[in-house]
Design a protein around this ligand. Structure first.
Ligand code: TPP
Ligand code: MG
Length: 806
């Protein structure tokens, strides 16, 4: 064996050769391999068997599932990695969690989780005996059972690995501010081709070895995806090694297919990596000076579907993409496949691995860590149990004075930055602010007074002039919305708190990450053993209506349309119109658990409407009549003017003024919406208004002109079941715009004051008869404003100077 090991090492052109001092003894090797056989047996059993779980009788077709589902291909390498980690957890009493990037290989994770007892503790019907194993097999990827990925039902999982690409960023999020934690993350070689994964290798420049834990990536180079080879498996060793060195990692290679040899290699590499991690941490911590480290990682080149059927019907399966899902299909009908399946299952010799009750034999049980050192029972992977509420300053202290509504202007996000600064100050190890290079642009830069941006790459002298960089910074800024979102999710799922601000148009970059997280939360909510984690707070700023200078590409308020697709149990949308409402909303969001809170607020100067007390009242209701903007009190309104969003609110108010000047008898009610889900029936969302309340606000039969921040059809979608829906006329973004002035952009999309006022004239019966002159006047004003913009490059100053006059 020595010679062969040397052969393998000789193949290497560089990198780190697993240390031969860390060889397994023959006894250790025998046991770890037996444990792995048990894992592989369970993985195959989950995919195929609904009865006769330990093959104590000859296999019959009625023992086999009618629908064969699951992914065999990645499973063996996942359990291989898992149990080699177990060995070191026991040896060094490591505090470790496990993430499976190729989460479709869940059988390779569920197996060890079951074998170490956690599964049965959480789900007593899946007990550690024959009956429990039967139930465990049957429920895998079975209607009414559990998913075929590392879903929230999987103890120890905080990464489903359904949509590929986020494993490394999730792992780093978990490691931040957890100095004692080791996050082992298996990365699929196919997964490594995705954009989010590719950019996430740079996370190593954001890990501070003093106060953060460590991430150990294990890139599983099994060579294949579903039907194709993987790029990284088909480049030269040198190129691969240079790639990872170029990303700042120190790759350790474990390559081969001979099982015994690979156990030795993996044991050695793991041991080297763990020791290297400890060395980096100890040295950096002793020095007290945070520096960038070249952290170790493992490249595990192993056959896809390792130990499974080698050839089926003349086709190569083991070590090829054909091993990806179910290697033997049509089993009951095909005697040859049937035989192959039985031989394959029996090749793991289950009779040697499980005792007469069907439990893993004691000798092997002793290999797994115990209690919360089991990766499946580590509290970091059920972060809600570790979560402590934030220590929040009183948000009222950040209020700005508002004597009269609509008289003064302020940047809506700037006081929020001061509030976040003090949240950071009070929660120095459990709160992070994330942003793609935009916190200053988004006017949140007060946070740097307490904590700079973490920067562990090189520094230049000029950075001292406003760079706000520091190796100890806690604000995370990298131009990858994917990586930030992944960090943020990992941080929250391990029990901490965060705030992510991003440009509205580019929040779409993380659309599907949002989807995945919303699904994770919705499923987790149904699992009593998962404690709630902090909500994911997303501030969408630099919004469509102030992207007139950046043009069409920067104008897209459609993220909200996506949000409302997701479970009403986990999504919240807020459109606070001014500083004080934004502060009240943000405070509420930071206190909440289990949601994704989306807050839309522009960063530019906007009119201020509410004192802090009024703001709190308005945000508590989520929707309300603005008395000072209404003149219908004690009478029936002729029209309801509604708004949601900062700029739409101002334009709607200006439209009210235009109308009241021309038609003093016109009764207008002004309704502002902060909590968008108020529009939905109470039966469809916990925040929904009852029909009675909705009818009383919006009337049953009067026209409603609604100025909305986003795409207009979203309001119709939310309110279509309301009695007065036919009378609702929504103005919003209609994909019109380019380089404009703010008012010109509003006019293009017909959300400006003139368009709104004209719509009122068109919809209110009595104005239809008398409103022609006013309409003409508004149209003329609109043209004048546009001409002014085209001539001077700015809006007519009178627009900027507009104030609420009553
Ligand atoms: C972003 C994304 N695209 C496509 C898929 C569909 N898909 C599921 S598994 C898979 C192949 C994954 O290959 P790899 O990461 O190498 O994992 P392996 O199965 O080889 O362990 C693909 C393309 C997906 N889950 N996520
Ligand atoms: Mg692969």
């Amino acid at each position: 064996m020595e010679a062969t090991l040397a052969d393998v090492n000789a193949r290497k052109t560089g990198g780190v050769i697993p240390s031969i001092t860390h060889r397994l003894s023959a006894e250790e090797l025998r046991k770890i391999d037996a444990y792995w056989r048990a894992c592989n047996y369970l993985a195959a059993g989950m995919i195929y068997l609904r009865d006769n779980p330990l093959l104590r009788e000859p296999l019959k077709s009625e023992h086999i599932k009618n629908r064969l589902l699951g992914h065999w291909g990645s499973s063996p390498a996942l359990s291989f990695t898992y149990i080699h980690l177990n060995r070191l957890i026991k040896k060094y009493d490591l505090n470790a969690i496990f993430m499976a990037g190729p989460g479709h290989g869940a059988p390779g994770v569920l197996g060890p989780v079951y074998l170490e007892g956690t599964y049965s503790e959480i789900y007593p019907s899946k007990s550690e005996d024959v009956e429990g194993m039967r139930a465990f097999f049957r429920d895998f990827s079975f209607p009414g059972g559990i998913g075929s990925h590392c879903t929230p039902e999987t103890p120890g999982s905080i990464h489903e690995g359904g949509e590929l690409g986020y494993s490394v960023s999730h792992a780093f999020g978990a490691a931040f501010d957890n100095p004692d934690l080791l996050v082992a993350v298996v990365v699929g070689d196919g997964e490594a081709e995705t954009g989010p994964l590719a950019t996430s290798w740079h996370s190593n420049k954001f890990l501070n070895p003093i106060r953060d834990g460590a991430v150990l990536p294990i890139l599983n180079l099994n060579g294949y995806k579903i039907n194709n080879p993987t790029i990284l498996a088909r480049v030269s060793h040198e190129e691969l090694e240079n790639l990872f060195k170029g990303y700042g990692w120190t790759p350790h290679f474990v390559e081969g297919e001979d099982v015994d040899l690979m156990h030795q290699e993996m044991a050695g590499a793991m041991e080297d990596c763990v020791q290297e991690v400890h060395r980096i941490q100890q040295e950096t911590r002793a020095s007290g000076k945070a520096t960038r480290a070249y952290w170790p990682m493992i490249v595990l080149r192993s056959p896809k579907g390792w130990t499974g059927p080698k050839n089926v019907d003349g086709h190569k399966v083991e070590g090829f993409w054909r091993a990806h899902q179910v290697p033997l299909a049509g089993v009951p009908e095909n005697p040859a496949h049937f035989k192959l399946l039985e031989d394959w299952l029996r090749s793991y010799r289950p009779e040697e691995l499980f005792d007469e009750n069907g439990r893993l034999i004691a000798e092997l049980r002793a290999l797994s860590p115990s209690g919360t050192r089991r990766m499946s029972a580590n509290p970091h992977a059920n972060g809600g149990v570790l979560r402590k509420a934030l220590h929040l300053p009183d948000f009222r202290d950040y209020a700005i004075p508002v004597e009269e509504p609509g008289q003064t202007a302020a940047e809506n996000t700037r006081p929020l930055g001061r509030f976040l600064r003090d949240v950071m100050r009070l929660n120095p190890t459990t709160f992070r602010v994330f942003g793609p290079d935009e916190n200053t642009s988004n006017k949140l830069d007060a946070i740097y007074e307490v904590s700079k941006k973490l920067w562990l790459a090189d520094y230049l002298p000029e950075d001292a002039d406003g760079g706000e960089l520091s190796p100890d910074g806690r604000v995370l800024e990298m131009l990858s919305e994917h990586t930030l979102e992944g960090w943020h999710e990992g941080y929250l799922l391990t029990g901490r708190h965060g705030f992510f601000s991003t440009y509205e148009a580019f929040v779409h970059v993380i659309d599907s990450m949002f989807n995945m997280h919303a699904k994770w939360l919705a499923m987790s909510e149904k699992l009593s053993w998962r404690a709630p984690v902090s909500s994911l707070n997303l501030l969408i700023t630099s919004t469509v209506w102030r992207q007139d200078h950046n043009g069409f590409t920067h104008q897209d308020p459609g993220f909200l349309d996506l949000v409302v697709n997701k479970s009403p149990d986990v999504c919240r949308i807020y459109l606070p119109p001014d500083v004080n409402t934004l502060l009240s909303v943000a405070n509420h969001c930071l206190e909440s658990t289990g949601y994704i809170n989306v807050i839309v607020s522009d960063k530019q100067k906007h009119l201020q409407y509410m004192t802090m007390d009024e703001a709190i009242g308005h945000c508590t209701k989520g929707i309300g009549i603005w008395r000072k903007a209404s003149n219908d009190e004690n009478s029936e309104p002729d029209v309801v003017m509604a708004s949601a969003g900062d700029i739409p609110t101002k334009e709607a108010l200006a439209a009210v003024v235009l109308l009241r000047e021309r038609f003093p008898d016109l009764k207008i009610r002004f309704v502002n919406v902060v909590d968008l889900y108020r529009l939905v029936p109470s039966t469809a969302h916990p925040h929904g208004l009852s029909d009675r309340d909705f009818d009383s606000l919006f009337t049953q039969d009067k026209p409603v002109i609604f100025a909305f921040h986003g795409y207009p059809w979203l309001i119709h979608r939310l309110a279509y079941r309301r009695r007065n829906h036919n009378n609702m006329h929504v103005h919003g973004y209609r994909e019109k715009g380019n380089i404009n002035t703010p008012l010109d952009l509003a006019i293009e999309n017909q959300i400006d004051r003139f368009s709104l006022a004209i719509d009122v004239i068109d919809r209110v019966p009595k104005l239809q008869r008398i409103g022609a002159h006013a309409k003409e006047e508004f149209r003329n004003l609109q043209i004048e404003c546009q001409n002014y913009a085209y001539q001077h490059g700015i809006d007519d100053p009178y627009v900027e100077a507009w104030r609420w006059p009553y």
